[in-house]
Design a protein around this ligand. Structure first.
Ligand code: ZN
Ligand code: FE
Length: 252
């Protein structure tokens, strides 16, 4: 499995997946036609589009790519009326293949009510859209804080080596937020050096891994005592701490 990171719009990432055995080309969340097509042209074909959710900055390339390459578009069944050009409606936990690559659709509502992740277990890769970011999580637009909390917990339990490819380059602002409330975290401080050096060279900070996120992403660390202390929420439940963090980030 070869993954090409495609920078789109201001800070979006689309991902091209190439599977050599069966010469299958797929794209996750084509934000826009032109940037994606530049990369697809090298392969001269596009077999599949996988959309994590219906927002314009994740589906705007669908129709033009469909016209040019006639790929099969997949997305969550609940979003059948708002993902442009959708052909295959996926259910939670459904197993599918693109070429030889097997993936599972994991339903993770909160950012939107039809958001999914695509998990390629055999390859140790997951595409998380706008739910789990490097050092952050998505804004809650259509779901509830509880939805987002349980969705992130579904991702937390994946193998730590799993590589995470998310929908945006939000790492720097997420890092600043994490540092504000998790200032004793030495792993986070180390990671900040790596992030800053990548960004200085104009490189993506993606992928991250589940293991790294467990150690550094404050939205997965709501049970950490230092963080609870920093928020003045020593006796609060995990979900209360998570909700407070999400609210604080909205105005950060
Ligand atoms: Zn979105
Ligand atoms: Fe987005």
């Amino acid at each position: 499995m070869k993954i090409e990171i495609i920078k789109c719009l201001k800070d979006n990432y689309s991902y091209l997946i190439f599977e050599e055995e069966t010469d299958t080309v797929s794209i996750v969340d084509p934000s826009e036609f032109i940037s994606c097509d530049k990369v697809i042209q090298k392969y001269k074909k596009l077999n599949y589009i996988l959309n994590t959710h219906h927002h314009a900055d994740h589906v705007d390339g669908n129709i033009e790519l469909k016209k040019k390459y006639n790929p099969i578009v997949m997305g969550f069944e609940g979003d059948k009326d708002r993902i442009p050009g959708i052909d295959i409606l996926l259910k939670d936990n459904q197993i599918k293949k693109i070429g030889d690559l097997v993936f599972k659709t994991i339903f993770i509502p909160g950012h939107t009510k039809g958001h999914v992740a695509y998990y390629f277990k055999n390859n140790g890769v997951i595409f998380t859209g706008d739910t789990l970011f490097s050092l952050g999580c998505g804004r809650i637009f259509e779901g509830t804080h509880t939805d987002m909390f349980y969705s992130l917990n579904k991702l937390k339990i994946l193998p730590q080596s799993t590589k995470v490819y998310c929908g945006h380059e939000y790492t720097k602002s997420n890092l600043n937020f994490c540092l504000k409330y998790d200032f004793n975290n030495s792993v986070l401080k180390e990671k900040s050096i790596e992030i800053n050096s990548k960004l200085k060279r104009n490189l993506p900070t993606i992928p991250t891994t589940i293991g790294e996120e467990l150690k550094t992403n404050i939205f997965l660390r709501y049970d950490n005592n230092d963080i609870k202390q920093a928020l003045n929420l020593k006796d609060s439940s995990d979900q209360e701490v998570f909700s407070k963090l999400r609210d604080l980030k909205d105005t950060f």
